[in-house]
Design a protein around this ligand. Structure first.
Ligand SMILES: [Zn+2]
Length: 305
């Protein structure tokens, strides 16, 4: 009954067994999400996005929502801010499009080419998607923001745990703005879900990929989905490239600019087949050491540490 595209048996061990699922902490007091999402924040619901998504042929995993405390203020906030029936499916498609869809197939939009672009999708080495069979979103009262893990019985079944207290704390739209739609809640909730869903579908070099790169790829997808958190600061450079989250995401975004669209997809694809070896990984993909790329990035960004 399951006719989803199944990777060759030899790849079954490459399913993401995420390293220690570091719970995402809320932004510090000085970094609270601001009320206004950046321009274009609704793009994930826009026509352009829908067009690309409609070309995506993979079968979605079974998606479930489990609200553990229905009377918690965060539960009503969640249900008012997003269409619970659609938000997970749309976010999965966003993740798969950004992490696996080759750039060329997003350009061939004519309906007559749908079958050929679908086979091209399967043929591409960057488009072999892990056999994640289900994703269950648990809304529960816990500290932190969210984390993702494989289920206790089977790592093909993923669990996203999202804090009701955090959802309740997301800053509301200012008085008089969008009274009929909780734009700030929608934006931040969707952004967190996209980040966590990346963990359900990304590769991790058989558990050897540095956590900073894992988290950087997750936030790169969030960034490319136009869901970057308002408190993110592009001009605040960390000391190291692998500090993770948005700090690494901006570095990855620069790599895509320098080496072309698809660079992050190729990194993810390499992490499917190989254990992470720093020199081999960066030399193989970009013919350079990551430290020298990081120096180039710092010079190019002109930002201060
Ligand atoms: Zn994460």
């Amino acid at each position: 009954m399951d006719e989803s595209a199944t990777p060759p048996a030899s790849t079954s061990t490459a399913l993401p067994v995420l390293p220690t699922p570091a719970p995402h902490q809320p932004p510090s007091a000085g970094q609270r999400p601001q009320s206004e999402p950046p321009a274009g924040s609704q793009a994930h619901n826009g026509q352009q996005s829908e067009l690309a998504i409609s070309q995506y042929t993979a079968k979605l995993p079974k998606l479930r929502l489990n609200i553990l405390e229905l009377t918690h203020p965060g539960a009503s906030r969640f249900l008012a801010a997003v269409n619970a029936s659609n938000v997970l499916a749309e976010s999965v498609r966003t993740v798969l499009r950004l992490l696996y869809q080759p750039p060329s197939s997003s350009l061939s939009s004519s309906s007559s080419s749908s079958s050929s672009s679908s086979s091209a999708l399967k043929d591409s080495t960057t488009a072999i998607i892990p056999t994640t069979r289900s994703v269950t979103l648990f809304l529960e009262d816990m500290s932190g923001v969210a984390y993702t893990k494989g289920s206790d019985l089977d790592d093909d079944h993923k669990e996203i745990h999202f804090s009701l207290s955090y959802i309740a704390s997301i800053k509301r739209a200012p008085d008089g703005a969008a009274k009929d739609k909780d734009i700030t809640g929608t934006y931040e909730i969707t952004g967190v879900l996209v980040h966590e869903l990346v963990h359900c579908f990304q590769y991790n070099g058989h558990g050897t990929c540095p956590g900073g790169l894992i988290e950087g790829i997750a936030d790169w997808v969030r960034l490319k989905a136009n869901l970057g958190a308002p408190h993110w600061r592009r001009d605040s450079l960390p000391a190291r490239w692998d500090q993770g989250y948005e700090k690494t995401a901006y570095f990855l975004e620069w790599l895509e600019t320098r080496f072309g669209e698809g660079s992050v997809r190729r990194m993810n694809a390499a992490l499917r087949t190989e254990r992470y070896d720093k020199d081999r990984f960066w030399q193989g993909l970009f013919a350079a050491e990551v430290e020298s790329l990081w120096e180039d990035y710092k010079k190019a960004s002109g930002a201060k540490e």
